[in-house]
Design a protein around this ligand. Structure first.
Ligand code: KIV
Length: 272
């Protein structure tokens, strides 16, 4: 077998880390099918996430909670077929990683059946062993901190997280613990910009933000939000990139460019 990389242009966790070290911002978006995935890939998007947001934007559900493993696998296989360059990140659905044993079995399915290249799970202290275990199995992990939509019923709604000193310090500590446990990427959702900046500066792994200010190493948004076709009210942290673009590819490229230039998100899309 040749030791040469068959696809040197393919984004990997190593590429993401090198970009952080070089101060290059990561532009990331969700996708749920092959056609949109190919548009994102051609636009040089770094990471394409099959998010469990598909429950809300594709299936018309109220929350991400009912999304199943089989549904995530179905959508991920389609997205994988559209990607040549971007890294495929896949969400572990609600209750698919409640114990380290379940997490390992389901992570294996997502890597083998869905074509995932990195798995995202919503972080809680109970997941530390899971992150260590997946790392030992050679599975890249992205830990999702801040607002965790799978816990919406426990949280009592979608709110900015880490606004007071105690919760901010706890999030910073979690970020360090996760890095030490082997997490390859952190994702911060709805976190005050100042806290997101501190976390980004204090860990070596790339930090991708959504509603976490401009100082994260990268940004992610839900594709249907930037195209202005998501059902319901647009969140503060997303932006309609379709308005001035004239085409879907143009909107994606505009998102990519403003992320890379550091002009998106602005203060109007961020939280204090
Ligand atoms: O499910 C999803 O699309 C996500 C993003 C909002 C980061 O987790």
């Amino acid at each position: 077998m040749s030791s040469q990389n068959k696809n040197p242009g393919k984004v990997s966790v190593r590429t993401l880390r090198e970009k952080k070290e070089q101060g290059e911002k990561l532009a990331c978006l969700t996708a749920y099918d092959a056609a949109f995935a190919a548009v994102l890939d051609r636009a040089d998007i770094d990471v394409v996430l099959v998010g469990d947001s598909l429950g809300m934007v594709v299936q018309g559900l109220e929350t991400t909670v009912p999304v199943t493993m089989d549904e995530i696998i179905y959508h991920s296989r389609m997205v994988a077929r559209g990607l040549k360059h971007a890294m495929l990140m896949v969400d572990m659905p609600f209750m698919s990683y409640a114990t380290p044993e379940e997490a390992t079995a389901n992570a294996g399915r997502l890597m083998k059946e869905a074509g995932a290249e990195i798995l995202k799970l919503e972080w809680g202290a109970a997941q530390l062993e899971t992150v260590q275990r997946l790392t030992r199995c050679g599975i890249p992990v992205c830990a999702h901190l801040g607002l965790q939509p799978q816990s919406v019923f426990k949280l009592g709604g979608y709110r900015v997280q880490g606004r007071d000193k105690e919760t901010a310090d706890a999030m910073l500590n979690d970020a360090r613990l996760l890095e030490a446990a082997g997490a390859d990427v952190l994702l911060l959702e709805c976190v005050p910009s100042g806290l997101a900046r501190r976390i980004t500066q204090q860990v070596k792994v790339p930090v991708i933000g959504i509603g976490a200010g401009v100082d994260c190493d990268g940004q992610i948004l839900v594709l249907y939000d930037i195209l202005d076709i998501a059902p319901g009210k647009r969140t503060r942290f997303s932006k309609n990139f379709m308005a001035d673009a004239g085409s879907i590819a143009g909107a994606v490229e505009h998102f990519r460019d403003t992320v890379r230039e550091g002009t998106f998100p602005g203060p109007e899309h961020s939280f204090d």
